[in-house]
Write a protein that binds this ligand. Structure first.
Ligand SMILES: [Zn+2]
Ligand SMILES: [Zn+2]
Length: 262
């Protein structure tokens, strides 16, 4: 399983002082022998060529702007001949279709992509789970985020990847999160804020902290955890400085345009 990090920034693209850790919003790609699974289509999605040799599946955590806005800016979406499956554990396929069509049509977008692109196949998550089985096990986890957000894990015989954006960590999530990520080789964690920022007016905004990532990683039976959804206000220099403060050897900051093989 190869995991590519295409968009590591939270909330809004940030081109200034982000050339190291990345300025594109949420988009991550997982390649297995025959599947291309894309988690969210933030602006990072513009750099994901849709695979002609694998089945392409897009999974949405939720529908805040930073997780969908890149969808029609991917040239290969228009050229792709095969089916492109879109799904989310947060909503069923008709709600998903309606959300995407509303955002990319009318007063919001010049082209009604859902009508034009017949290759877009909106699917229920149960359909996708069946499509991936038995080689790949796709599990879902309800996260704590305004409007809702869903976490995912993907497991093959070679390893396990867990995707936990966007989530405001709660103490009561701990036993369930530990169970969900158990055995993961690689976990992506929402660490948009620091503990100080959370304590100073950011509670209820739907995101966790860098310190929480380190505490969680130490308790969890996992190999590596990358903190992502970086605050748009955080420069490369600041993230470099925060790297020095990480209290778990398992934890690092996600760097856009890097890959993880498990
Ligand atoms: Zn977000
Ligand atoms: Zn969000």
């Amino acid at each position: 399983m190869l995991i590519k990090l295409h968009g590591t920034r939270g909330s809004i693209p940030q081109p200034a002082d982000t050339s190291k850790y990345g300025g594109n919003t949420s988009c991550y790609e997982v390649l297995t022998d025959d599947m291309q699974i894309i988690f969210d289509t933030g602006t990072g999605f513009q750099n994901v060529p849709l695979d002609t040799k694998r089945t392409s599946i897009i999974l949405y955590s939720h529908f805040h702007h930073d997780h969908i806005q890149g969808l029609p800016f991917n040239g290969s979406l228009f050229a792709h001949q095969g089916d492109i499956f879109l799904s989310s554990a947060l909503v069923n396929r008709s709600v998903l279709r309606n959300l995407i069509q509303t955002y990319f049509s009318g007063g919001y977008f010049p082209v009604d992509i859902v009508t034009i692109l017949k290759q877009l196949k909106f699917s229920n998550i149960s359909t996708i789970q069946k499509m991936l089985a038995p080689k790949l096990s796709l599990q879902v986890f309800e996260l704590n985020h305004p409007g809702g957000s869903m976490g995912y894990s993907l497991q093959t015989s070679r390893g396990k990847f867990s995707y936990l954006l966007d989530n405001e960590y709660l103490e009561e999530q701990l036993p369930f999160l530990l169970k969900f990520v158990e055995g993961s080789d690689f976990v992506l964690w929402d660490g948009m804020f620091t503990d100080d920022e959370l304590a100073n007016g950011r509670k209820g905004w739907g995101h966790s902290s860098i310190e929480q990532a380190c505490s969680f990683a130490e308790l969890a039976e996992i190999k590596k955890l990358a903190i992502s959804h970086h605050s748009p206000a955080r420069t490369d220099q600041e993230l470099d400085m925060l790297s020095e403060t990480l209290t778990s050897d398992k934890v690092s900051f996600a760097i856009q345009n890097t890959e993880v093989t498990i």
